[in-house]
Design a protein around this ligand. Structure first.
Ligand code: A3P
Length: 252
């Protein structure tokens, strides 16, 4: 197994490098026209980043090829200087499990059974899915926030991309929108070295264990959960999400 020691800050597990940058992260001040993407890990961060950049560049593919996505949208935790996007808990858990297998900067997830406990208890980097999603959901009407669902983008990408465009105060032609839909499809982004993380060193991400762009699918198409685990998950979900009105549509 990997020897990764996570650190806890205010009850949330983080990677040591993030903790080193903590004071800088806390003193970050957004400028009025900054756009922050606030996704839970594996909720489709890269996807929405590419969509936002494609809109920003008016659908110009070459401009979006200028650098890898991590440089076009720097992570705040890397402290080079809100738009939350949510993906349902079960798919995040499956995706995060495989990501921890292939990412050498993250702890070994252990067996699926072990990971189940780790995930529901929020003992993963960046903390609990439940806290993240509930927190942003409660915040969304108080600030200028566009709350997006991975499942909705999957179901009707053009409709959701148009919402992002309007949120960004842009007005692009239908043909440009159609192009952005095509260019940000799973198939295209999986082949695109600027978005698929293939340029990351093998000592950090090992795509032969599991690729970064793995399946990009909705719940039900993968069979990780046993019937008993699924029932237990639903029970925990009901308790933890009690009182919130958020609703994930899990079907295409
Ligand atoms: P899977 O592991 O289920 O395939 P993040 O960018 O937050 O780390 O999220 C990664 C997840 O988003 C992966 O999920 C990846 O395949 C999926 N993803 C990335 N781009 C996508 C796209 N264009 N369409 C659908 N899913 C996408």
């Amino acid at each position: 197994g990997k020897q990764i020691k996570l650190k806890e800050v205010e009850g949330t597990l983080l990677q040591p490098a993030t903790v080193d940058n903590w004071s800088q992260i806390q003193s970050f001040e957004a400028k009025p026209d900054d756009l922050l993407i606030c996704t839970y890990p594996k909720a489709g961060t890269t996807w929405i980043q590419e969509i936002v950049d494609m809109i920003e560049q008016n659908g110009d593919v070459e401009k979006c090829q200028r650098a890898i996505i991590q440089h076009r949208h720097p992570f705040i935790e890397w402290a080079r200087p809100p738009q939350p996007s949510a993906r349902n808990a079960k798919d995040c858990m499956v995706s995060y499990y495989h990501f921890q297998r292939m990412n050498h900067m993250l702890p070994d997830p252990g067996t699926w059974e072990e990971y189940f406990e780790t995930f529901i208890n929020g003992k993963v980097v960046w903390g609990s899915w439940f806290d993240h999603v509930k927190g942003w959901w409660e915040m969304k009407d108080r600030y200028q926030i566009l709350f997006l669902f991975y499942e909705d983008i999957k179901r009707d990408p053009k409709h959701e991309i148009r919402k992002v465009m309007q949120f960004m105060g842009k007005n692009l032609d239908e043909t440009v929108l159609d192009k952005i839909v095509q260019e940000t499809s799973f198939e295209k982004m999986k082949e695109n070295p600027m978005t698929n993380r293939s340029t990351v060193s093998k000592s950090i991400m090992d795509h032969s264990i599991s690729s970064f762009m793995r399946k990009g699918e909705l719940w039900g198409l993968e069979n990780h959960f046993t019937v008993a685990q699924n029932e237990r998950f639903d029970e925990i979900y009901r308790k933890k999400m009690e009182g919130t009105s958020i609703n994930f549509c899990m079907e295409l």
